[in-house]
Design a protein. Structure first.
Length: 146
């Protein structure tokens, strides 16, 4: 459903336009996005991450799917703390990871430090978006990315 609204471009001229589906009013009448009106269940779906662990000998492969952000990093952090004992090689498969925040980078950094004491850590199947994050933050300089 669309409504006629008035918008003010930067140059000051007001013109009519149809409201986009993402144009919503927040409480108090401020304009927001569709995310502001999502239910907690819908927001959880958007922020979902799937962690798949595979162990072979002393190698643990952790495949991440979805978003690694402030909502999902505690889950990954807990999984890693419970899984790294005796692991000599840790492989992160990021093929299906769509987004990583600074919280996700922090978990990788702390895990890298731990793995340097007990073995090695590699990151494989890095998509273009995640690789750009690694490059901009300088993480590509010290992570082993294949």
């Amino acid at each position: 459903m669309t409504h006629d609204t008035m918008s003010a471009p930067r140059h000051g001229i007001i013109k009519n336009r149809k409201a986009k589906q993402t144009d919503r009013l927040r409480p108090g009448g401020r304009q927001g996005t569709a995310d502001d009106l999502r239910t907690p269940e819908e927001k959880k779906e958007v922020n979902a991450m799937t962690i798949t662990k595979t162990v072979r000998d002393n190698t643990l492969t952790v495949a991440l799917e979805g978003r690694l952000d402030t909502v999902t990093t505690p889950e990954l952090d807990a999984e890693l703390k419970n899984s790294l004992d005796g692991v000599e090689t840790l492989i992160f498969d990021l093929e299906k990871l769509k987004y990583m925040s600074s919280a996700g980078l922090r978990v990788l950094l702390l895990t890298q430090k731990r793995m340097m004491k007990q073995g090695q850590m590699k990151i494989i199947h890095v998509g273009e978006t995640i690789m750009e994050i690694f490059e901009v933050t300088g993480f590509s300089g010290f992570l082993t990315i294949e």
